[in-house]
Design a binder for this molecule. Structure first.
Ligand code: PBG
Length: 328
């Protein structure tokens, strides 16, 4: 106890780096990238300053730019030219994400390309799978018919050359269904990074502008999790682990660090998704001069890693990779 024990001794300025317990590296980060089939030149995403929707023709150049910055992994989202109730364009051979994957892998073979497996950008109603009448007579996302759709999407993305697929629609049984379909199609070696614990979060607001994936009725609370439930959050990830997920995920990240720390105990690698709202809040406050952007971004990501994330999906990935390499 004090005065024998003084924790400030090791906080002397020159000693600080020696006792740093958590170190963020560029290899921890995954950059989300949006490809839009309907545009010819990149369009800025208003709700997410610094982020863009790119045409497919930019895919190779974007990948090279990210690689140059030190980003080693990307997760792709697509905005298709055509949407329908069955999300056909999500699994066609020449779909927007499928084309982007192929272009990135040929320009930058070392880049780890992960694809989001979900239908919300591809359905005209904006929900994450197949909509229909449930046994209680409500119109809602139908679980088992949507599994078939996720199987098709995953296989088509693997066919296009994706290194990893990331199902994000919170269907029961999605990991098992996708694993089965991938294995049956010759993709037993493609890992599944499951959005295993994904909350129905209002912090996804800016993303829905970015990916044009807002819903036309209802909400996502009948499939995504309620933010108040920690025990259920753990069970969601535990079940995905049992179904064969290779990597678990908690999303959003910053407000759910308790869940992240708990899920890490399952023993699989864990990713955390710093979502659009977390990014845009920092951006807008920094633009006002109220927060220091670089320090706050690095602090938020370091805390997410400290809480247990092996990987962090963040719109700051490119900036952080550059900042970290400048420091070396
Ligand atoms: C579903 C998906 C969403 C996000 C990632 N994948 C939107 C949603 O579930 O409504 C949100 C990501 C973010 O807010 O940054 N395809």
């Amino acid at each position: 106890m004090f005065p024998e024990r003084r924790l400030r001794r090791l906080r002397k300025r020159n000693l600080q780096p020696l006792f740093r317990e958590t170190r963020l590296t560029a290899e921890d980060l995954i950059m989300p990238v949006f490809f839009d089939e309907t545009i010819d030149t990149a369009v800025p995403i208003t709700s997410m300053p610094g982020q863009w929707r790119y045409p497919i023709s930019d895919a190779a150049a974007v990948a090279r730019r990210l690689d140059d910055a030190g980003v080693r992994a990307v997760i792709l989202f697509g905005i298709p030219a055509e949407k329908d109730a069955a999300a056909h364009s999500a699994y066609t051979e020449n779909g927007v994400v499928q084309q982007a994957v192929t272009a990135i892998k040929s320009a930058c073979p070392e880049m780890v390309v992960i694809t989001d497996v979900c239908a919300c950008e591809y359905t005209d109603h904006g929900h994450c799978g197949v909509i229909g009448e449930t046994c209680s007579g409500e119109i809602d996302l139908l679980n088992d018919p949507s599994l078939v759709l996720m199987q098709k999407i995953s296989v088509s993305q693997a066919q296009a050359g994706a290194d990893m697929v990331a199902p994000s629609c919170m269907l029961d049984g999605q990991v098992a269904a996708i694993r089965k379909a991938l294995d049956a199609s010759g993709y037993a070696e493609v890992p599944i990074m499951s959005y295993s614990t994904k909350f129905a979060s209002a912090f996804y607001g800016p993303f829905r502008d970015a990916a044009d994936s807002g819903y036309s009725f209802g909400d996502r609370t009948t499939y995504q999790m309620g933010p108040a439930n920690a025990r259920e959050a753990f069970t969601e990830s535990e079940m995905d682990a049992a179904e064969g997920a290779d990597i678990l995920m908690v999303k959003p990240a910053g407000m759910y660090l308790d869940v992240l720390a708990a899920v890490q105990e399952i023993g699989l690698p864990v990713a955390a998704y710093q979502v659009s709202g977390e990014y845009s809040m920092l951006k807008v406050a920094a633009a006002q001069g109220w927060l220091d952007e670089k320090t706050c971004a690095l602090e938020s990501l370091t805390c997410i890693k400290r809480a247990g994330a092996d990987l962090i999906i963040t719109y700051y990935a490119e900036d952080v990779a550059r900042w970290l390499s400048e420091e070396q």
